[in-house]
Design a protein around this ligand. Sequence first.
Ligand code: FAD
Length: 450
Amino acid sequence: MLIKAAGQQVFLFSEPGSMTALNRDLVAHNNAVETVQAVMPKSVHSRIIVIGAGPVGIRFADELLSRRPEEHVHLFGDETCLPYNRIQLSALLAGEIDRDAIDLPLPDNAQHQNFRFTSSAITAIDRDSNTVTDATGNQYRYDKLIFATGARAHIPNIPGIERQGVFSFRSLRDTESLYARILRSRHIVVVGGGLLGLEAAKGLLKFHTRVTVIQQGPHLMNRQLDEDAASLLEQEVKRLGIDIITHAGVRAIDGYEHVTSVTTRNGDIISCDTVLFCAGITPNIDLARKARLTVGTGIVVNDYLQTSDPDIYAIGECCEHQGTTYGLVNPGFEQASVAASVLADSDQQPLPRYQGSAAVSNLKVVGTRVCSLGEINELAARPFQKETRYQSPDTGEYRKLVTLKGKIVGAVGIGDWPESRRIQECLSEQPQTQPLAALSIPPQRKTVGR
Ligand SMILES: Cc1cc2nc3c(=O)[nH]c(=O)nc-3n(C[C@H](O)[C@H](O)[C@H](O)COP(=O)(O)OP(=O)(O)OC[C@H]3O[C@@H](n4cnc5c(N)ncnc54)[C@H](O)[C@@H]3O)c2cc1C
């Protein structure tokens, strides 16, 4: 299906597996890149290889090259298209923006002659010889290697998961497949009532398809919102025409070849022809595990973003720092900045350290401004905390500020909240671990985000 023309190239929304004009162009581009790589002269610069051309890998390359413009940086991406901004996929799905609006620009070769981009997956790492091998069998030496491999959609292992009509929503390819599907769908069940599930549900509504969101937790966005805020958001979502079912995980996907219904954990059967999983993410750590790096939920890093091998770093959704993996882009950008600074000038004293990112979501969800700062849910049950609330029955605005011994430790809001940025600044002024330490919350593995 022809959707739009991007510059001189025709971009084709296609079924998975087919090669678009853009992809063909990319292959030609990469053949040129390989030729350059083969003749690249030896230099005094170290060779830095970045695995993963998502927003965080590209931000790292930008930050490093802004500090050391001549550095040899080689970025690898495994998707069959030029890098794009994943965050914008919901808007693309809803037809609110064009494909070229989500392009992520690569560092400019005119300014950085030693920057290279290759569209090929890295399939192996040999830490003894400091080399990586890509999917075409080419080997590349590195002095420093950066994992920015991100995450993939979490698909639960439940009966019927292989049936036709089951989709995930993580990549441009997923979006193309979903787009091709929704035009003939009558009822889509979205599994997951977090940010991603709600955004996808809103996008899908545009196609006059019935949309039902099934949320396993007690309320929508249960990681970011308290019950009252979630109930206001739920009213907004329902007003758009989206059905919501909470306290209900999916136990099975029914049908013969195609999906005909889903069965929830409490035994309800919901007829549908399409199921979209937006139920969390799984960090891409298989390659790191194969290379015998220390992994947990993500690739384990120290405050310099170094893995268990000092020549290898990990940033973004694939990494785990002090037991925490993040499902939002800003923590990845903060990590990219620290890693670039550490690598650009390893003699600086003291070296910059990454000390964790504040749990901050200041987002527009289905058109409603939603703000969640700090550890809203974990703090809710703590003694000595004080909650200050404001709710307007007229505008539907809701604001809650949680303080502990005079310090702001969390805030949640629905609707515009002009002071939210100031609250965020107050929160981040404190060392990241302080509120939790002060509350004697034991260290545990957490995923912050969607
Ligand atoms: C629809 C949608 C909406 C979102 N909205 C928001 C939002 O509003 N706010 C927010 O903060 N976050 C949002 N997110 C999350 C955000 O997109 C992620 O936090 C961000 O993309 C993480 O960046 P990353 O570079 O770490 O990982 P990724 O974006 O996952 O990029 C990693 C890249 O590495 C590639 N890769 C993996 N393995 C290899 C390999 N072996 N060789 C080569 N390449 C490899 C992957 O294919 C991928 O292209 C959204 C996500 C989605 C899907």
